[in-house]
Ligand binder design. Structure first.
Ligand SMILES: [Zn+2]
Length: 290
């Protein structure tokens, strides 16, 4: 699943090749059409397909930014601003190509769901193998409340204090620390990979109750989370399973991970253990993490 660093990588690559371009036509897959007919909402959320297609046509992409794990395409049409919000789910990927044949990896080529044809002839293509991704066309962020409830960006100055304040509320204090740091209301964009790494660096057991960690250690943990996220952004993200940047390339952060997906602890040599926390597999070292 793409996490914050991977989404940041996508945004950095999408920006220079999509800003300033205008959409002329929008095509969606038969799978999306069928899902709408069944009253479901595969990928395209909150709008009928007709509206989604009609409204997007003639929009110009004026900026591409990231907010937590969302990609924000800032759009404009007839002087009006719009926001196309993209979440990559488990396996979403964007490709900027001249022809669909330029998408060479078969699994992505076979799961193309939205094609934005540009006025200049190029294509902005959304592929999603497992279809957990989301595309939501809004006028502004406020039109979709969950976007407003996200924690501040982890790199923002206020983010550490927000985390500490939330972590001490009755709702979170007794929960396992890993569940708390992965909650998007508490910290933005810290998913399983980076939560696992930061806890290992701090020698904190992922199941430890949040209230049993001192304020000082929690602040240090937050610093480690920010550090591991930044390291991963610098390395182009982790290439776990089906994450690709827009050129279908993979990042290199996975070679630096010390605990996520490991069978043996690189520090003490003990076999790692795993437990389920909030439905997610959590790997840890029973010797190093207490
Ligand atoms: Zn160990």
């Amino acid at each position: 699943m793409p996490e914050l660093p991977e989404v940041e990588g996508v945004v950095r690559e999408l920006s220079p090749v999509s800003i300033g371009r205008t959409i002329s036509e929008v095509h969606v897959s038969d799978v999306i059409k069928k899902s709408k007919e069944l009253g479901k909402e595969a990928i395209v959320k909150g709008k009928t397909l007709e509206d989604f297609i009609d409204e997007l046509a003639d929009m110009t992409i004026v900026d591409v930014t990231r907010r937590s794990k969302y990609i924000y395409f800032h759009m404009e049409k007839k002087g009006q601003p719009y926001l196309l919000v993209s979440h990559l789910g488990m396996t979403g990927a964007w490709f900027v190509v001249n022809s669909l044949d330029d998408i060479t990896e078969r699994k992505f080529r076979n799961h193309i769901h939205v094609v934005l044809k540009m006025a200049d002839g190029g294509l902005l293509v959304y592929s999603d193998i497992r279809r957990f991704g989301e595309l939501r066309l809004l006028q502004k962020e406020e039109d979709y409340l969950p976007l407003l409830k996200m924690a501040p960006e982890p790199f923002d100055e206020v983010a550490a204090d927000h985390f500490l304040a939330m972590a001490s509320t009755p709702k979170y204090a007794r929960k396992p620390i890993k569940e708390v740091i992965m909650d998007g209301h508490v910290i933005s964009g810290c998913g399983n990979i980076y939560a696992t790494e930061a806890l290992f660096r701090m020698n904190i057991h992922p199941g430890r109750a949040t209230e049993r960690i001192s304020e000082k250690r929690k602040r240090e943990l937050f610093r480690q989370i920010v550090e591991v996220l930044q390291e991963s952004i610098d390395a182009g993200g982790s290439s776990i399973s089906d994450y690709r940047n827009i050129n279908g390339q993979a990042g290199t952060m996975q070679t630096r991970l010390k605990m996520y997906g490991k069978k043996v602890c690189g520090v003490c040599g003990r076999e790692t253990k795993s437990m389920k926390i909030a439905g997610r597999t959590s790997v840890y070292c029973p010797q190093c993490q207490r």
